[in-house]
Design a protein around this ligand. Structure first.
Ligand code: DAH
Length: 349
């Protein structure tokens, strides 16, 4: 077969093949096969050198012609394929804007936060402002300045998580506060010589066994009022009002004597059980009463450590739990549920 005939055959084969290229990918392969660097048309062009001199111009011209024709054919085919592929994709990816949307899941405040906010509201009504103190405390604030010296047996009331490193000098050692009471010293030192009425909410930590009734992390709300004529009656009145607003009206409050190193005298305050109305049930351990706070008149040593002269000033303080009252109010029987992150529990509140 002559070189010319062979060239025409390649041309025809290329055109026939082009019709079978149904995707842009197949079209790319076709371009490689015929027009690429090692493509069949390119190979044809290279043959020119081996031809009889007189045939060369005509052959060269024809190769170029065919090359151009094939390039045009390729371009228009590409156009068509791109268009149809785009249409196909748009159809496949079409969004039905009339479909109903998926609901956005919204979170809500944790039971502890809800309870804390309720306590803030109640005490705000009685003129208490919120004062925040640090979770990582100095030994001096958590113990010594609250009249709990190092080898005092009362330290056993609070099993402590100590923080490693830093200044290990006595008093400067760091710990996770075991109660919110150290904030009393901070608030007094900052506010002296103003009278003050603050609540100090916060997380407390105790190196303790976790049980159904006690966690090693929990919240407290501390209260502190310091002024020139504050008496035990103010404390009892404040806590009675608190009990009425939090647990409900018509509930009696009872005062029992107790001991805390930072108050003198010290008391514990109970309210009539909200579940059994004082009859006795599992929640109140058949006593008819629920403990609401430890409290007392601020010890003169503590007042003095805060900068207030105990001959001029007096004050009351109290420390109330947060999870326990929430448990009583909502009938939660296991404190571990609060921080177990089980949404089935948390969503109920
Ligand atoms: N800090 C005490 C505790 O964690 C609670 C307490 C008792 C706080 C009496 C007070 C108070 O302010 O006056 O057990």
């Amino acid at each position: 077969m002559s070189a010319f005939a062979e060239l025409e055959q390649v041309h025809e084969a290329a055109l026939a093949d082009l019709k079978t290229a149904l995707t842009t990918q197949a079209l790319d392969a076709w371009e490689d096969r015929y027009l690429g660097r090692k493509g069949e048309i390119t190979l044809q062009a290279r043959q020119v050198g081996q031809m009889a001199r007189e045939d060369r111009p005509a052959f060269g011209r024809r190769v170029n012609e065919i090359k151009q024709l094939l390039e045009q054919a390729h371009a228009s085919r590409l156009e068509v394929l791109r268009h149809s592929e785009l249409t196909e994709r748009l159809e496949a990816e079409a969004i039905d804007v009339t479909l109903p949307g998926r609901p956005v899941v919204r979170g809500h405040l944790h039971l502890t936060t809800q309870t804390l906010r309720e306590l803030y509201d109640i005490f705000a009504k009685m003129g208490f402002e919120v004062y925040e103190a640090p979770d990582v405390e100095l030994e001096a604030y958590n113990f010594d300045l609250l009249n709990i010296p190092q080898y005092h047996p009362a330290r056993d009331m609070w099993d402590t998580f100590w923080v490693e490193g830093g200044d290990q000098q006595r008093g400067n050692r760091r710990l996770l506060r075991t109660h919110t009471s150290p904030g009393q010293i901070r608030a007094m030192r900052e506010r002296y010589p103003e009278p003050l009425r603050v609540i100090l909410p916060g997380k407390c930590y105790r190196y303790e066994q976790i049980t159904v009734r006690s966690e090693h992390q929990f919240y407290q709300v501390e209260g502190l009022a310091v002024g020139p004529r504050i008496t035990m009656t103010d404390l009892i009145g404040t806590m009675t009002e608190f009990s009425h607003l939090f647990y409900g009206r018509d509930r009696r409050v009872r005062v029992r004597s107790s001991y805390f190193p930072f108050t003198e005298p010290s008391v514990e305050l109970d309210t009539e059980c909200i579940l059994c109305d004082g009859e006795g049930c599992a929640v109140c351990k058949y006593t008819g009463w629920l403990e609401i706070a430890g409290a007392g008149m601020v010890h003169p040593i503590v007042l003095a450590n805060g900068g207030y002269d105990p001959d001029v000033w007096s004050g009351f303080a109290f420390g109330a739990g947060v999870e326990r009252p929430a448990m009583q109010k909502f009938g939660v029987e296991d404190i571990r549920l609060f921080y177990g992150n089980d949404l089935r529990f948390l969503r109920q509140f």
